[in-house]
Write a protein that binds this ligand. Structure first.
Ligand code: 26W
Length: 819
């Protein structure tokens, strides 16, 4: 390093330190060495914000001056996790900050731990949105997020007496250090009332909406920092508040009380995140949330657009709105409403603009997760929006009848309003120009089955965009040791361009390099063992193979199959202890939350914990078998797990998991996939080759065949497969029952006729684990596979995914703000 550069670094460090101390005084009126850890954290964020805001202002100016087309990603969930470490990395300020604080005897990693996770999401869909906005900014694409500022995030999970207990997640307790309240950007959202067309004096019709309630939507903006490129985009969180004029204290006691009640109702809109994923429940408050953030978002986009770019005719050329699943689907009728009622546009022009602006991603084919709303609820809550949906549907059905005369059956199958409900997925398909699935197999299923009629009506509208993950959080931030090792081998170019990870293939037979890879893995395994010891008291062996399944608890994801297999192994050892010499010491880890109302999922958690207690405390087995359920799965825990994993369990029934994204995070950290041919596993397996992953179980077409012919029988499987027979019986009696048997799980399996084919896939799953053992015993073979997985993981960077969206769907171009 030249003297010049060193001097510059010293200068920057000193200036940062000065800034930090000044900020501490300003914020807390105390000397810095009297500050608590929390105050030090707040001070650091405030200091960093100053560097971010310069770039933020510059980015917005650039977009404005260059009339860039901008994307708005609407999502009811954004699962951001912590932001301090990743922001410092993206700003290229981490080292300097670390050193500057070290001079003051402050350990920066201790400050990172002060930050609560922004847990504004349930699972895959919310985390995907977070990865996407990171990629948008890092690719220099003009793209922003739009969502709800939930006062409470997804509940915090505690395990008490082996069972899940839900604690409110009061993440805003100390304020959210990254947000900027923008009171001047407030918009009004109207609910309820009467909407009708009234004849004007000149005979024309005009919309009248009266008697509605007004809710003020106030935006809180969070800067989204691009990686080493000076670009800062915006994530806008909408908060529901009582309108200004409402706060007056005059009036009778009754009037005041009524106002108070109404104020609670308003605040309730953004009070909490619905903790359901993959199962839809038609709750009024949820529909209110959906319209609230979508209306606020659309209105503010149009207002901003008019201020800057003028002519509404060009709206779709300058604005793209993406709806992340159907929760923001009312963006379609809302944009129509604004263009027609507020801007005086005719229907056809408004419709053209709306369709060309909006694009839709589907994330699930599970029928129980598809949103529909009862007509009455919809009409009462948003009467004008309902009128518009009716009109969209009438015109659409007219076209369908023209295209398919005498096919009323098809008309019924595609109608947006049908059997007393509004179908949000159908509205989303009709009102957008692009519909995509999230992995090849998922997009194919959408076209061939779930949305086949629509694919025929709109050829070319359906497409695939395989999901991705940001390598900045899931590799650079979560695994700095592996990142440095990769730098040593192939230079650091992969950090900007993750497709370069493929260059690692040159090292696949380099045993010295593979040894270093093993060392990094071991370091993380030891660290995780320490974490588990501190958290749950269990001692696990870092020399054992870490086999990890982390995701929401759901029957289709088959955590049940995993734990039944552990019970099977336990039984084998107990029956014949000498078998241990043939076994690989293993630690099975689970983490994930169950929706509070999902009984079977909660019983699955209890079963896992019961098994853990028996296995871990049994001297006969615990030199080669451990089971751990880690509490409170979220982004921050995930960052500790992926780097330490040897095996990635991706065992959903083929055809059920749209994509999965933890599979990609595991792979990027060198774990081997043990999975079915489902979701993105199919593409992971294609990329790494069959020798570098372990695939088992029914194929999707075989599952379909069983569903069609109805020939599957859970009882027959149970009666003919002793392995299954034994462990299923143990749900009712035996060592694992402890605090109550598992008759509900047992009943569920038989009453649903084993709907996700756990029994059918069980033997093949056992064999897959045997294969894993064989591979693991071949040390360099295993490490080579691990390296091949890392090398191919660049394809699954969300930078690749977002580049495809930008080119094929949004038509937006990257900007360059590097001096
Ligand atoms: C209305 C309740 C509700 C909420 C969320 C129903 C369904 C959802 C999501 C669509 C469920 C979800 O998170 N889907 C997951 O999306 C990921 C990102 O595309 C995929 O990787 C997962 O396979 C898919 O389950």
């Amino acid at each position: 390093m030249s003297v010049g550069i060193i001097n510059k670094q010293i200068e920057e460090r000193a200036s940062l330190q000065k800034n930090f101390l000044k900020t501490a005084n300003m914020l807390f009126g105390k000397d810095w060495n009297e500050l608590t850890k929390e105050e030090l954290y707040q001070t650091l964020v405030r200091t960093v914000r100053q560097y971010i805001s310069e770039n933020w202002i510059m980015t917005n100016k650039y977009y404005e001056e260059n009339q860039c087309k901008e994307v708005y990603y609407f999502s009811i969930e954004f699962l951001l996790g912590r932001l301090l470490n990743t922001n410092l990395i993206n700003l290229d300020m981490k080292e300097i900050c670390k050193e500057a604080l070290k001079d003051l005897n402050i350990d920066i990693t201790e400050l990172f731990k002060q930050e609560p996770d922004a847990g504004l999401g349930n699972g895959g869909l919310g985390r995907l949105a977070a990865c996407f906005i990171d990629s948008l900014a890092s690719l220099g694409l003009p793209g922003h997020g739009c969502t709800i500022r939930y006062q409470y995030g997804l509940f915090e999970q505690k395990i008490i007496d082996n069972q899940q207990v839900e604690i409110p997640d009061n993440w805003l307790k100390n304020g959210f250090a990254w947000e900027y309240r923008k009171a001047d950007k407030e918009v009004d959202v109207h609910f309820g009332g009467n909407a009708y067309m009234a004849q004007q004096e000149d005979g024309s019709l005009k919309l009248v909406h009266e008697g509605y309630n007004t809710v003020a939507a106030v935006p809180y903006d969070v800067p989204i920092v691009g990686y080493h490129n000076n670009v800062v985009n915006t994530l806008r969180l909408w908060n529901a508040e009582v309108p200004q004029d409402f706060a007056s204290l005059s009036g009778t006691r009754e009037q005041l009380q009524e106002r108070l009640r109404q104020s609670y109702r308003v605040q309730a809109i953004t009070s909490c995140l619905y903790p359901e994923d993959s199962s839809y429940e038609g709750k009024m408050l949820r529909l209110t949330q959906e319209y609230f953030f979508v209306s606020a978002g659309v209105q503010s986009i149009v207002r901003h657009y008019k201020r800057r770019k003028g002519d509404l005719k060009d709206f779709a050329k300058k604005i793209a709105i993406h709806i992340n699943d159907t929760h923001p689907a009312m963006a379609i009728p809302e944009l129509m409403r604004v263009l027609i009622d507020q801007e005086g546009m005719d229907w056809d022009t408004a419709w053209d603009i709306t369709k060309n602006t909006v694009a839709y991603t589907n994330h699930t084919i599970m029928p129980e997760a598809l949103e529909t709303w009862p007509i009455d609820m919809f009409k009462n809550l948003v009467p004008r929006i309902y009128m518009i949906v009716e009109e969209i549907n009438a015109r659409f059905l007219e076209d369908v009848r023209k295209q398919y005369p005498n096919d009323e059956d098809r008309v019924r199958r595609v109608s947006i309003i049908q059997d007393g409900v509004v179908h949000m997925a159908r509205l989303s398909v009709v009102g957008s120009h692009s519909v995509n699935g999230v992995a090849k197999i998922h997009s194919d299923i959408l076209k061939a089955h779930t949305m086949r009629d629509f694919d025929e009506i709109y050829p070319g509208k359906f497409n695939n965009k395989t999901n991705g993950i940001t390598h900045r959080r899931w590799l650079i931030a979560a695994n700095p040791q592996l990142s440095s090792l990769i730098d040593e081998a192939i230079s650091d170019k992969w950090r900007k361009d993750p497709s370069r990870l493929i260059d690692l293939l040159d090292y696949k037979d380099d045993t010295a390099f593979l040894d270093k890879l093993a060392e990094v893995k071991k370091e993380h395994k030891i660290y995780l063992a320490g974490h588990i010891k501190r958290r749950s008291g269990f001692t696990i062996d870092p020399n054992s193979l870490y086999d990890i399944q982390v995701k929401r608890i759901h029957s289709y994801k088959r955590q049940i199959m995993n734990i039944l297999h552990v019970m099977h192994i336990y039984n084998l050892i107990k029956a014949n202890p000498s078998i241990k010499s043939e076994m690989l010491p293993r630690t099975y880890m689970f983490a994930g939350k169950a929706a509070p109302g999902y009984h079977i999922a909660k019983e699955t958690i209890r079963l896992i914990n019961n098994v853990a207690n028996i296995v871990n405390n049994d001297k006969d087995v615990n030199d080669c078998l451990h089971v751990v359920f880690l509490e409170n799965y979220g982004v921050t825990l995930a960052e500790k797990l992926f780097p330490a994993a040897d095996v990635s369990e991706q065992i959903s029934l083929a055809g059920k998991e749209a994509s999965g994204t933890s599979n990609m995070k595991f792979m990027m950290n060198g774990a081997i996939t043990l999975g079915t041919l489902d979701g993105a596993n199919v593409e992971i397996c294609d990329a790494v080759g069959e020798d570098n992953c372990v695939i088992f179980g029914l194929k999707e077409h075989e599952v379909m065949e069983y569903y069609k012919n109805g020939l599957y029988s859970a009882w027959t499987e149970y009666n003919t497969n002793p392995a299954i027979h034994n462990v299923v019986d143990e749900l009712l009696t035996g060592p694992f029952v402890g605090n109550g048997d598992f008759h509900d799980l047992h009943n569920y399996l038989f009453n649903s006729n084993d709907e996700y084919f756990v029994f059918k896939d069980f033997n093949s799953y056992i064999d897959a684990h045997v294969k894993i053992r064989g591979k693991y015993l071949d040390r360099y073979g295993w490490l080579k596979s691990s390296l091949i997985n890392i090398a191919h993981s660049g394809i699954f960077s969300s930078d690749r995914t977002i580049s495809e969206y930008a080119k094929d769907i949004w038509n937006v171009e990257p900007i360059n703000l590097l001096k």
